[in-house]
Design a binder for this molecule. Structure first.
Ligand code: G6P
Length: 610
């Protein structure tokens, strides 16, 4: 949600902090701030409402010089977006703190600290932590000890970074439930909520574990675990190029990420499939044994990742004949379940840090599932570390808040997993070879769809002045329609609903008129004739149709029916390919409407709070 960055160095840190915030802005963008220590008795602070660019202007006019600093870009939870609620929060003139997450018992702590004479200037839960640490500092005289003794008082999820003007050579950080990574430099060190923030300054990272507290100096990093034992955390190199978090020639990250799909889908297949079969060893040494014993699959995810799970259910039941349930994590975690014996728990998450997904996983680990498999895009994330088996998608950093390449690589990984599971459940070698060969064609087919960009942009004009829209699909294309609707609402703010086409006459048909565009995905499968009847139902009510159809499906353009002819695609891989035109459609509608495509209002890329 919020983004945190910090640095301790020989050089001035303002530029490092600002660049870090720019790169973290996808995590939250309602206000931003930084605090820098320069050896004087006070921490210097700047905070601005709005985007990081507003803060950049402020500190360019009045620079904050110093070798130690912390910074933050906010996604409001407690207290409206405002300058007073922006981080860093301070206690006294010297202590400054940035925080990502939620402190659940903040009211109780606030009352207690008020009674101790602390004055509050914001509505945030974070300011409570600032005063709590300050109170400890006055008693203990050491920032590290003050943070350490504050931790047991905090309930909730947090990643914190704290500095004090009286201790100008280090910062203290800790995490519980929100991500925090240390960037290892030479004669300088950094922290951030995401390694992307630090790519201009280092490519070596250490991921803190839950409950860790770390003391970070320019030439030394000391970490203690929850029990207070000194621990070493492995240093990993960032595998993708440093420019993977740059927009390059593209106008928006989202467009760049849409265009990267042929490459990253291929990368997700690499080493996992031959010409004709899936290499199940590539799923881990334990995979064969596990797949032999799985009798049911429970998929959990949020947002776009949930839609990937919904597509996978069609595949898993059709190809492997294994029953599969899919549920959004925020629902799953708060209800009782009947767990079938030998159920595999499968979490899908781009970030690997989504609070609800992690909470569901943690519950599941106690609840008697056979094992936990993660499909994830971020190495070293909490989800990856806490799962038994992991299939990494190779999408590379995804910056646009609306997920695109993460989704199609999740589908690729899910299909590979499904084929491996299906082989243990009687899938013939011929059928496997047929689907693997279809999978090899997907990158090329996605490139063919990207070549239709101009036509899709043209189509998007019809949506400019609309307030509502309907997306229809059947079978495994229903989740594709859901994902299409989600994309449109996320970035263009047009209300979009997805329905299984067969449900049209059970309600949504009442809404259809000339002001309600209806978008449909129609590969040439055995449901296409039924889908065509649904389209007739829409036309008969004056609805305008936008159909993405297989060339051979026989859907004809006519007045009120706009058809984008797509190349023939294998029925199983069609959900991957048919997603792409819907991404482009939403993108162009948003650009025409002039919305903030990469950072849509009220949303954040990684939802690390409940
Ligand atoms: C947020 C993002 C979505 C994403 C969802 C789940 O809502 O804006 O794009 O699909 O979180 O995130 P995850 O990282 O778990 O896939």
């Amino acid at each position: 949600m919020c983004g945190i960055v910090g640095a301790v160095s020989e050089r001035d840190v303002q530029g490092i902090l600002l660049e870090g915030l720019r790169r973290l802005e996808y995590r939250g963008y309602d206000s931003a701030g930084m605090a820098v220590i320069n050896g004087g008795p006070h921490a210097q602070r700047a905070r601005e409402l709005g985007k990081v660019s507003a803060l950049a202007e402020a500190v360019e006019a009045n620079p904050l010089n110093g070798h130690l600093g912390i910074a933050h870009t906010r996604w409001a939870t407690h207290g409206e977006p405002s300058q007073l609620n922006a981080h860093p929060h301070m206690s006294g003139d010297g202590l400054a703190i940035v925080h990502n997450g939620i402190i659940e018992n903040y009211q109780e702590l606030r009352d207690e600290l008020k009674a101790d004479g602390f004055e509050f200037t914001s509505q945030t839960d974070t300011e409570v932590v600032a005063h709590l640490i300050q109170k400890n500092y006055r008693e203990q005289g050491s920032l590290y000890d003050a943070v350490k003794s504050a931790i047991p008082r905090l309930r909730g999820a947090y990643a914190l970074a704290v500095v004090h003007a009286d201790e100008p050579d280090h910062l203290v950080v800790c995490r519980e439930g929100s991500p925090l990574v240390i960037g290892v430099g030479i004669g300088e060190n950094f922290i951030a909520s995401d390694q992307l923030a630090l790519l201009p300054v280092t490519d070596r990272f250490m991921f803190l574990e839950e409950g860790d507290i770390a003391d970070i100096r320019k030439d030394r990093i000391e970490i203690h675990d929850r029990e207070g034992t000194p621990v070493e955390r492995e240093t990993n190199r960032f595998e993708h190029g440093a420019d993977s978090a740059e927009k390059g020639e593209y106008r928006h990250f989202m467009l760049k990420e849409i265009y990267e799909q042929p490459k990253v889908i291929k990368a997700t297949m690499e080493g996992r499939v031959t010409d004709s079969r899936v290499l199940e060893q590539a799923l881990g040494t334990e995979a064969a044994n596990l797949l032999d014993n799985v009798r049911h699959v429970q998929i959990i995810a949020c947002g776009t990742s949930y839609h990937a799970g919904m597509v996978a259910r069609y595949w898993i039941e059709e190809l492997a004949g294994v029953p599969c349930s899919v549920e959004v994590a925020s629902e799953f975690r708060y209800r009782k379940h009947v767990i079938q014996p030998d159920t595999l728990f499968l979490c899908i998450s781009q970030s690997g840090e989504t609070a609800d997904t992690l909470a569901a996983l943690r519950q599941a680990k106690k609840a008697g599932f056979r094992a936990a498999l993660a499909i994830c895009n971020v190495p070293g994330s909490s989800l990856v570390r806490e799962s038994d088996l992991v299939i990494m998608t190779q999408a590379g950093p995804e910056i646009g808040v609306a997920s695109t390449k993460a989704f199609t690589t999740q589908l690729t990984a899910l299909l590979i997993f499904t084929l491996a599971l299906a082989r243990h459940n009687g899938l013939s070698a011929e059928r496997e070879a047929d689907i693997v060969s279809a999978l090899h064609q997907v990158p090329g087919q996605v490139s063919d769809i990207l070549a239709l960009n101009g036509g899709i942009e043209e189509m998007s004009r019809a949506f400019m002045d609309k307030f509502h829209s309907l997306f229809l699909g059947r079978g495994s294309q229903f989740p594709v329609a859901m994902e299409g609707a989600l994309k449109l609402k996320e970035i263009s703010y047009i209300h979009a609903e997805a329905y299984p086409a067969g449900e049209l006459k059970h309600g949504p048909l009442a809404l259809v008129d000339s002001e309600m565009p209806v978008v449909t995905v129609a590969p040439n499968n055995d449901l296409v004739e039924k889908l065509k009847s649904n389209l007739e139902e829409v036309r008969a009510r004056g609805g305008e149709l936008f159909v993405f159809a297989d060339k051979s499906a026989g859907v004809k353009a006519e007045e009120g029916v706009h058809v984008m002819q797509l190349p023939p695609v294998h029925e199983i891989t069609a959900p991957i390919v048919y997603t792409v035109p819907l991404q482009l459609l939403s993108y162009h509608v948003a650009v025409l409407k002039g919305t903030d495509v990469d950072q849509p209002r009220n949303l954040a890329k990684s939802v690390t709070v409940e």
